[in-house]
Design a protein around this ligand. Sequence first.
Ligand code: FES
Length: 116
Amino acid sequence: MPKITAQGKTFECDRGANLRQALLANGIDLYSPRAHYINCMGIGTCGTCAIAIEESVEGAISATNWKDRARRSLPPHDPQKNLRLACQTQVFGDIRVTKFEGFWGHEDKIAWQAEK
Ligand code: FES
């Protein structure tokens, strides 16, 4: 089973699991404090579940889909940044996750990394 390391925790998920659901189920602060209460619940429209993903091997996560690309093409996101929407990402192998500051997780300052 794939392993996810985020915010100082490492846990397993089913192959093909939705990353947003896996992070929330394991108590990870996927959202910024305000976005925790105001988000699209995983339909790919708000952009607040943005995170950076380090893959252990190529193919450890699904390819970006059109919702992910479309939302991250709009401000305050920058499509040149190497972010993904957790709600639009499936996990197939071991990954490490980083979250950035800002309501949308779009700023340059790191909120938390794989290890705390
Ligand atoms: S939860 Fe809104 S885009 Fe992912």
